[in-house]
Write a protein that binds this ligand. Structure first.
Ligand code: NAD
Ligand code: WQD
Length: 338
């Protein structure tokens, strides 16, 4: 199949491109590089030993998007493009709604014009909101979201479900990711945050390499096994393979289906620190500070629907996630800035 990856220069899109190519598919990437770097495309090409058609355009720019669809016969779309910083979305909500929702609407219009009906969407566990019990399962009512970012995912899911009602040929999988971490085992692609990272894994690896002096652990008074926050971390290569499985499913089915991509297992911040130290033989100095506003104490996936419908489950261990993160960081101390 010829698969269009919007946001394919980003963290998850780049790893997914590699897995699709590995399975014999062709990919076309559209990305405006607002949160990524063109060297990521070069690295995907290095790993997969082939040239990737890449277009530096905004997905909301439908005139140029149409040209891409005219030039390439697209069979399916995986829509990663979007702004994703939860805290920033609280500060600049209009920008988040405009970018994430407009790009999806434009994409849907062009897909309809070209009669493309298979769609995979990057949704998020944040759609489960603040009041659901854990583990989160897909039958729970989503909503009650805690940030504009999460609401964009919630609204886009609804838009896609509405399209599936009227277009009987449309097939969409709403993949609700938990906490993607890790890097490609080659060390050539990985997460490349701008400035000081917000998220735990890139922060820890920058402490390990000496760019940051110590990790600040946000709270040790949560009702969890050791008081620190618990999350369902999933290796980005497992997550990427989940997209390959989701597309195989989408081809054979119609309608909209929400599916969690997580491991089903929660680890605490202290679990991560200890495992990262042991797996990589490094020291992570840390200090306990106050809770971060907006953080939940603990959540993880009920990962059974993905097994049932996609015949997919995460295979990699927490040690793999820590080892691969560190290999990427060591080999690329300044990310993609070659
Ligand atoms: P990322 O920022 O690395 O990748 C997103 C890519 O989209 C970037 O390359 C960016 O330049 C591009 N982009 C953004 N707006 C665009 C637009 N209008 N037109 C063209 N390109 C545009 O993020 P990621 O971690 O790879 O996440 C991919 C998707 O998965 C996002 O939609 C994100 O919200 C979602 N998601 C991510 C996580 C996570 O923790 N990383 C968790 C759940 C869901
Ligand atoms: C993990 C744990 C922190 C940094 C975010 C988004 C979410 C999703 C994935 C898109 C928490 C603790 C962190 C640090 C710490 N993205 N922590 N010190 O917040 O679970 O999820 O990324 O959909 O929407 O919110 O991930 O990696 O920031 O935090 O103690 O410097 O690590 O409190 O318990 P989070 P994270």
């Amino acid at each position: 199949m010829n698969i269009l990856l919007t946001g394919g220069a980003g963290y998850i899109g780049s790893h997914t491109a590699i897995e699709f190519i590995e399975k014999g598919h062709s990919v076309v990437i559209v990305d405006n590089l607002v949160n990524s770097n063109h060297f990521a495309i070069k690295r995907i090409e290095e790993i997969s030993r082939q040239k990737i058609p890449f277009y530096n355009i905004d997905v909301a720019d439908i005139a140029n998007l149409d040209k891409v669809f005219c030039k390439h016969k697209i069979d399916a779309v995986v829509h990663f493009a979007g702004l994703k910083a939860v805290g920033e979305s609280v500060q600049i909500p209009v920008k988040y709604y405009r970018n994430n929702i407009d790009s999806t609407l434009g994409l849907l219009e062009i897909m309809e014009k070209h009669n493309v009906v298979n769609f995979i969407f990057s949704s998020s566990a944040t759609v489960y909101g603040n009041n659901n019990d854990i583990p989160y399962n897909e039958n729970m009512l989503a909503g009650n979201c805690s940030s504009p970012y999460a609401w964009t995912k919630f609204f886009i899911e609804q838009i896609l479900k509405d399209v599936a009602v009227v277009n009987q040929n449309f097939s969409v999988v709403l993949l609700r990711y938990f906490n993607p971490v890790g890097a490609h085992p080659s060390g050539k692609t990985g997460e490349n945050p701008n400035g000081i990272p917000n998220n735990l894994f890139p922060y820890i690896s920058q402490v390990a390499i000496g760019k940051l002096s110590e990790l600040k652990i946000f709270g040790n008074d949560y009702p969890t096994k050791d008081g620190t926050g618990v999350r369902d971390y999933i290796h980005v290569v497992d997550l990427a393979k989940g997209h390959v499985a989701a597309l195989e499913y989408a081809e054979k089915h119609k309608g909209a289906e929400a599916i969690n991509l997580g491991t089903g297992r929660g680890y605490s911040v202290l679990d991560i620190v200890k495992t990262f130290e042991k797996a990589n033989n490094v020291k992570i100095p840390y200090q306990i500070v106050g809770r971060r506003a907006g953080d939940l104490s603990e959540y993880y996936a009920d990962a059974s629907k993905a097994v049932l419908l996609l015949n997919w489950k995460a295979e990699k261990t927490l040690e793999d996630m820590c080892r691969d993160t560190w290999r990427w960081q060591r080999q690329n101390p300044n990310g993609y800035d070659e």
